[in-house]
Design a protein. Structure first.
Length: 607
């Protein structure tokens, strides 16, 4: 039977490397399509609706919006650009028929550009290339376009996909042009290009209802929402349908009633009575559902193939908080609550794995990278959870009887004076140089292949070594045989040997020993890490020591003036800093470093 298409609909994903302007371009498209009133108060990067996304300036969760142009409904999905959130990207490719690839006019294709483009080409999606930020003083639009063509060829793109249209844009100003030095227009020509180049959704009129669930959401009024695209058939509000697990699953087919059905207009969900092939909709009526399940006809259930997701590469332990300060400021402190929250995450985030361990209070959580797991921890602590997390480690595989580990394609952009120190640091971490490009502008791009292990703890060193001027990105690059031992932090820890409150006097006395993480008048406990020792061994210290009182008057202000400000570690820095026998205590208001065994006697016995 011949396929039929819908000319009144287009489904498009905007893909790019992190910070190349996807969310800003969506903002401009929404404004110019008349979605917002002239006097409406709208935040910048309106699609980044999660607090963490606004703070970090990255997209974490994919979101869809829709505009109407020339009577055609265009569904636009804003996808994450960071490889740690690749599970989001892979699912989105199931929902769309074309992609708009955004590339920075100065930086050119970066590691995540390669990642998101590879996923799009694997799904045989038609690309439109937009070279963004052409207003930058260091823009090199034509060179960047050549690099994009090289990347397409490198990724074995079909000849048909190589003939992509190219536009040049300044997303912040909401303008585009067809030539690098051409005349600026608003974004209407780009919308025209979307109607021309993105194929209309097709379907088989002989097939029953099929709608694969690719994302989950929650609404305070109606509860759990499932989001997906209608592949075939028609879905109606109030209809009773079959919920079928992916092909090959052992779960049984369930029956459920569609209690709510919504489409998208701008940023708003709008009630609809039915969804036709190609429509991206949100559905209510579920209690328990998993991403990859198919809504299908009761009398002829036909599930769609499972969504293939790249395997996790980084793992860490999540356990209950068992420190002396446990339960002081968190709402959820039990292992049952922790397990429920982690299980809930696996329902909506297919790239996270949760496994039990020998301990009933500890779970092994695996994901795509340190950033993804750090974001999960940050979201949980903001929800009132307390926990103890261990050092990140890599997931290992046995292939042909040999141990294999995940590898990364590392790209560093740095001022040329720091090239020597960086290559010196990466060599013991088993980094192998692939190429080095000097642009002649004082900056150098280094590309390396390195074990994922070699990057754990490197980011903080990297920022210090480059005085904050370097840019570093990495991308999963397959599995390789175990690369040998990699040295970790060469310094030890300063560990509090008792419970109490830190004093200026004690801190001043400890400053020659290393770098302190705490200031005066902070509560500490035995086994809590209060600083980094300048030498390689751990050192138990009394950081609560008070000055002996005499009859001679003394000003404590003089001591305070001599104190070096403490080094405050962010969550990511704390995870990178700890060793195998250490952990990070996470609460809604504090991040503390500690030894897994708090008592000094226990630590000596274990050694």
């Amino acid at each position: 039977m011949a396929l039929e298409s819908r000319t009144d609909l287009r489904n498009l994903a905007i893909i790019a490397h992190v910070d190349h302007g996807k969310t800003t371009l969506v903002d401009a498209l929404l404004w110019q399509s008349g979605i917002f009133r002239d006097n409406q108060q709208v935040a910048e990067r309106v699609m980044d609706s999660i607090d963490l996304e606004r703070e970090k300036g990255i997209t974490i969760m994919s979101k869809n919006t829709a505009v109407t142009f020339r009577d055609v409904h265009i569904n636009i999905v804003d996808t994450p650009g960071h490889a740690d959130f690749g599970g989001e990207v892979e699912r989105i490719m199931k929902m769309v028929d074309g992609v708009l690839l955004l590339v920075d006019a100065a930086e050119g294709p970066m590691p995540q550009t390669r990642f998101v483009l590879r996923k799009a080409l694997e799904a045989k999606l038609r690309p439109i290339v937009v070279v963004n930020k052409i207003d930058r003083s260091d823009a090199r639009a034509l060179e960047v376009l050549d690099e994009v063509y090289d990347l397409f060829i490198e990724l074995d793109a079909d000849d048909a996909l190589l003939e992509f249209p190219v536009w040049y844009a300044n997303a912040k100003a909401g303008t585009c042009r067809s030539e690098p030095d051409g005349e600026d227009h608003n974004l209407a020509p780009l919308l025209e290009e979307i109607l021309r180049s993105v194929p209309a959704p097709t379907h088989d009129p002989e097939m029953p209802l099929q709608l694969q669930l690719t994302s989950l959401d929650y609404d305070d009024y109606v509860g759990r929402l499932a989001i997906g695209r209608v592949t075939n058939g028609v879905l109606q509000r109030g209809e009773t349908v079959a919920l079928a697990p992916p092909e090959g699953s052992e779960r049984a087919v369930e029956t459920l009633k569609i209690t709510g059905l919504w489409g998208t207009e701008g940023l708003d969900r709008v009630d609809i009575e039915e969804a036709r092939p190609g429509d991206i909709v949100a559905i209510a009526g579920f209690e328990d559902v998993t991403i990859g399940d198919t809504l299908t006809a009761l009398d002829d259930p036909r599930p769609l193939p499972a969504i293939q997701i790249d395997e996790p590469t980084i793992t860490m332990s999540f356990g209950v908080n068992d420190s002396p300060f446990a339960g002081l400021d968190g709402k959820h402190v039990t292992s049952r609550k922790l397990k429920e929250r982690l299980d809930k995450e696996t329902l909506s985030n297919v790239s996270i794995r949760v496994e039990t361990t020998d301990s009933a209070d500890t779970y092994q959580v695996s994901g795509r990278g340190e950033l993804q797991l750090a974001i999960l921890i940050e979201m949980m602590r903001r929800e009132g959870y307390e926990m103890t997390v261990g050092k990140p480690d890599v997931v290992l595989r046995t292939i042909d009887g040999k141990t294999h580990e995940p590898m990364e394609h590392l790209v560093i952009d740095t001022p040329e004076e720091y090239v020597g120190v960086l290559t010196q640091k990466l060599s013991p971490r088993k980094g192998r140089m692939l190429k080095m490009i000097n642009y002649g502008s004082g900056r150098v791009r280094i590309e390396m292949r390195i074990p994922s292990r070699g990057l754990i703890g490197f980011r903080t060193e990297f920022l210090t070594d480059t005085r904050g001027t370097g840019i570093m990105h990495h991308l999963f690059d397959g599995w390789d045989a175990w690369q040998g031992d990699i040295p970790h932090r060469s310094t030890g820890s300063l560990i509090s040997d008792r419970k109490g409150k830190t004093t200026s006097y004690a801190i001043e006395g400890l400053q020659p020993r290393g770098t302190l993480f705490v200031e005066p008048a902070i509560e500490v406990y035995e086994g809590m890490i209060v600083g980094e020792h300048a030498r390689g061994n751990d050192l138990d210290v009394n950081i609560t020591k008070e000055k002996k009182l005499t009859n001679i008057r003394s000003s404590t202000a003089e001591v305070d003036e001599r104190l070096v400000p403490p080094r405050k570690l962010s969550l990511e820095q704390a995870l990178e800093f700890i060793k195998a026998d250490e952990a990070v205590e996470i609460t809604p208001t504090a991040i503390r470093l500690r030894k897994k065994a708090l008592k000094a006697v226990e630590r000596k016995r274990k050694k």
